[in-house]
Design a binder for this molecule. Sequence first.
Ligand code: KE4
Length: 426
Amino acid sequence: MTNSEKLFERAQLSIPGGVNSPVRAFKSVGGTPVFMQRAAGAYMYDADGKRYIDYINSWGPMLLGHAYEPVVRAIQQKAIDSTSFGAPTELEIEMAELIISMVPNVDLVRMVSSGTEACMSALRLARGFTGRNKFIKFEGCYHGHADAFLVKAGSGLATFNIQTVPGVTAGASMDTLTAPYNDLEAVAQLVKDNAGEIAAIIIEPVAGNMGCIVPQPGFMEGLRAICDKEGILLIFDEVMTGFRLAAGGAQERLGIRADLVTYGKVIGGGMPVGAFGGRRDIMERIAPLGNVYQAGTLSGNPIAMIAGYTMLKTLKDNPAIYKELDHKTEQLHTGLSEVLGSTGRPFIINRLGSMISVHFSENPVNNFADAAVADNATFNRFFHAMLDRGIYLPPSAYETWFLCNALSDADISETIKAAKESIESL
Ligand code: KE4
């Protein structure tokens, strides 16, 4: 038995499914999840000492690679002065000012401890601000595990084909309306059928929880126009795209302004951090200024703040990082396109910036339904063939791959070589 197998057996005695988040369990791809021991740069090392080139990067946060020295040093230094106060600190102001200086349309920002909290709070705020209850989300998008969002959601729910979640009451989900991604007509119909009742449209501006799904031309612009016309708030869930697609995230990359934006992942540099922010007139409704209550014991925690601040400051001061990251992803895209076609098996690669995914489908993948009918059994076999060759992909066809800027040309060439061998071995 490998050490991962031994650890997985032991983990299941004390943790549900042996993992603290379902997507890590390899449940859809099969096999034993790899227990990691350490990581540095673009590599992770498992409990048996095997090295992997990492294309998950903690599901997004490790944009600069693992154990990024300035972040590690900042955490070590800050921890000496206590790990939490539960009182306001100057560092929280510096973090808020830095975020506001980097992203468009955010006048005020509130820190929380996860993307789930950020999206949950943004939805409550939109409902409180508009006085309306309903909201629109898109099939296959995932906005964390707050009850109202667990309707036709992506990520682990798609991976495990969980259609309805026990414990999510009708009351909690009755105001959740859904439409296919990239389907503006379906949105317009929902808005017509629920006139005056919709508080918000929340969307992953580039979707990453059904594989990477790119907005079609005109889709985001259409959502913005509908929201402007109907007094609906447009919420960009940028937990994945924020500070990854550009310093200003998808708002900058796509040139679309949102009314509220949520963040997570990169914003914490690997520590538990989320945030939501937006127009002043909306954010001022958040307690203690307004009555839309939202709180968190460890929100703005100094260790999380210094990690996130160091990460974001590095990105702000080195904008070339985004060009480098895009270039690396383009190299990977080109290489995969060349080798995956070698066996005549149909495949599609979706990409925007450093978000990329492979779908074994002969048709375009522009929404969840397209992703669901792809040959995901082949993806699962491809996943293991790549894992055997030391390439660590997300263990599901319903996840986007995340690149880090520590990847070298050699790493990318090794990945492409492994992909060629893998596809030929299926
Ligand atoms: P967290 O609560 O996991 O920090 O963030 C929830 C969330 C919100 N919005 C988007 C667009 C997200 O992608 C996520 C979380 N993403 C998943 C990966 N698909 C996290 C991995 C996991 O669940 O373990």
